[in-house]
Design a protein around this ligand. Structure first.
Ligand SMILES: Nc1ncnc2c1ncn2[C@@H]1O[C@H](COP(=O)(O)OP(=O)(O)OP(=O)(O)O)[C@@H](O)[C@H]1O
Length: 141
């Protein structure tokens, strides 16, 4: 399997629960290296742009409201099969359907406040990483 990079966001609910360390430990134990990271409080414009593909969905305003409700930790994870590996560690979007032992099963309660985001394809990973990190903020591969 090829070495990949993926974008991970620890969302405001998980930051508020002091779960940053526990979540990053799961990534590292699974062989994903953190190669860039920052804590930011997203503006409505930045959060709305990130979730632009959901603009017409009924939950869009709530999603943006939630993502701007407190700071988030944005990271780039690198490792073999990083995109799928991160999605496996995260569990299903709805924490009630997330497999036991996944981040969402352990740290999230609702589909709105579901602890983490992870890129879902190589194309999204590339777009999302460059949405948050400039070329001078991340080591080239
Ligand atoms: N039906 C819904 N009701 C409320 N919020 C939703 C719903 N579906 C998705 N969301 C929110 O929008 C986010 C993006 O939805 P998407 O379908 O891309 O899920 P995902 O890829 O599992 O999550 P993410 O993009 O955050 O990793 C979800 O993480 C969730 O917080």
């Amino acid at each position: 399997m090829a070495t990949e990079r993926t974008l991970s966001i620890i969302k405001p609910d998980a930051v508020a629960k002091n779960a940053i360390g526990d979540i990053i430990a799961r990534f590292e134990k699974a062989g994903l290296n953190v190669v860039a990271a920052k804590m930011v409080h997203l503006s409505e414009e930045k959060a709305g742009g990130f979730y632009a593909e959901h603009k017409e969905r009924p939950f869009f305003n709530d999603l943006v409201g939630f993502m701007t409700s407190g700071p988030v930790v944005v990271q780039v994870l690198e490792g073999e099969g990083a995109i799928a590996k991160n999605r496996d560690l995260m569990g299903a979007t709805n924490p009630k359907e997330a497999a036991p032992g996944t981040i969402r099963a352990d740290f999230a309660e609702t589909i709105d406040a579901n602890a983490v985001h992870g890129s879902d394809s190589p194309e999204s990973a590339e777009r999302e990483i460059s949405y948050f990190f400039g070329n001078d903020e991340i080591c080239p591969r």
